[in-house]
Design a binder for this molecule. Structure first.
Ligand code: GTQ
Ligand code: FE2
Length: 320
């Protein structure tokens, strides 16, 4: 901040002189900004968008030829929202990425303050994510949690490439700035033989499917399961089951959601943009956008949302 004698302010003859003095001391007149600081309703900066697994998978196969896990801590491809100027987040608070680990390869353990989770798209038995020293099985459709500051690495002891989709609250952590990241001390990978078949951090797809079987419809043709009891502080995870032929519209909400297709095929219309999706695809419904869904076959969608943050600060609003 610049320094001037406070008495200079009493000498200002007009508003322009006041503005020049204010500029010199690093203070801005709140009434004279090119863009207002507050506005009547969400601006919807982040855009509705869709990424296809066919492209993500092919790109990862190519990356597998050139990028080892020694070179790259993670062989991941970031799904950045196309809003101009953005280079990271899929939504304002959430980033998603396709990741691949090759047969008999390991992605070394680390821990960080961002919360993370993964949805497995393709993996053969003996593919594991290692969380706090325990191997957790990864099979297609499974959701695995790695909460804030838990050690985690990925060990593929199978003979097939494993592909999954990562979700992190890292854009929110970047904004608030409590970011910490640490490599696992000593060895390149965390070696362990302990397989935890009943980890609270794993939502096996077979369990998810049967839990949905037992639930009532929340609207005709739609069932909605909130994954738990284990959860992440900033992100809620829902699995939607949509019947073949069903058409749904959902209220728009201030919460941001990133969806990934576990199984099935269909179409979403997000703020008048239409996206056709199938297994392994990702699409984003940024806050305050209208969104409607139609399934061609019975579909299971994972919805990753920052609702817990919006709720905690009384910012969760849904259109009446
Ligand atoms: O697998 O630990 O896509 O730390 C981005 C950051 C994956 C992971 C990502 C990560 C990870
Ligand atoms: Fe990580």
């Amino acid at each position: 901040m610049g320094s001037i004698n406070p008495a200079e302010f009493s000498k200002a003859q007009d508003m322009q002189q006041l503005y020049r003095l204010l500029e010199a001391v690093g203070i801005g007149p709140g009434w004279n900004k090119p863009e207002p600081s507050l506005w009547p309703a969400p601006k919807k900066n982040f855009q509705p968008a869709h990424w296809s697994y066919g492209i993500g998978r092919a790109a990862l196969e190519s990356a597998g030829k050139f990028v080892s896990t020694e070179l790259a801590e993670r062989r991941n491809l970031i799904l950045s929202n196309p809003v101009p100027g953005n280079t990271y987040g899929t939504a304002r608070t959430i980033v998603s990425a396709y990741q691949m680990v090759m047969p008999h390869e390991a992605a070394r353990s680390h821990r960080h303050t961002p919360n993370a989770l993964r949805l497995v798209v393709e993996a053969a038995p003996k593919t594991y994510t290692v969380v706090d020293g325990k191997k957790i099985p990864m099979l297609p459709g499974d959701v695995l949690l790695t909460p804030n500051w838990s050690w985690h690495g990925h060990n593929n002891e199978s003979d097939q490439c494993a592909y999954w989709i990562d979700f992190l609250d890292a854009p929110l952590v970047q904004l608030l700035e409590p970011m910490f990241l640490e490599g696992f001390p000593g060895s390149f990978v965390e070696k362990t033989d302990v397989v935890d078949q009943n980890s609270p951090f794993r939502f096996a797809f077979e369990d998810t499917r049967s839990r949905l079987e037992a639930l009532p419809d929340t609207q005709p043709g739609k069932r909605d399961l909130l994954l738990g009891p284990q959860s992440l502080d900033t992100l809620d995870l829902h699995v939607w089951r949509i019947e073949a032929g069903a058409s749904l519209a959902d209220k728009r909400s201030t919460a941001n959601s990133v969806f990934a297709v576990i199984e099935g095929e269909g179409t979403s219309v997000i703020n008048e943009q239409e996206f056709h999706w199938s297994r392994g695809d990702v699409f984003v419904v940024p806050g305050w956008n209208t969104h409607a869904y139609k399934a061609d076959s019975r579909s299971y969608l994972l919805r990753v949302t920052d609702e817990p943050v919006m709720k905690r600060f009384n910012w969760l609003r849904q259109e009446a």
